[in-house]
Write a protein that binds this ligand. Structure first.
Ligand SMILES: [Mg+2]
Length: 98
């Protein structure tokens, strides 16, 4: 096999073990987002109860907080955006009482 390809493959094999804390945090955050999507889908498709979704929402909530800490995002800024989302939902959905 071509030497540069062998080097690249070896580099790729070792990279997964060399994630820094920020990268690891973002990766797990993405995984938890996927798990929430999966459980929401199962409720829609099969009428599952919310117990597994509850667990995954807890996992995601923790990862959101941890990611904010690792990336230096302050909780006040997140709160501002959450309030903006609430206002959008008031306007464009029936989820929030007006
Ligand atoms: Mg999970």
């Amino acid at each position: 096999m071509v030497t540069w390809l062998k080097k690249k493959q070896k580099q790729n094999q070792t990279m997964k073990f060399q994630l820094n804390k920020k990268e690891e945090c973002l990766t797990i955050l993405m995984e938890e987002c996927g798990e929430v999507i999966q459980e929401a889908s199962k409720i829609m498709r099969f009428g599952n109860d919310a117990s597994k979704l509850t667990k995954e929402l807890g996992d995601l909530q923790y990862m959101i907080n941890l990611t904010a800490n690792h990336l230096g995002i302050d909780s006040v800024s997140i709160g501002v955006h959450a309030n903006e989302k609430r206002e959008k939902l008031k306007k464009y959905s029936n989820l929030i009482d007006k």
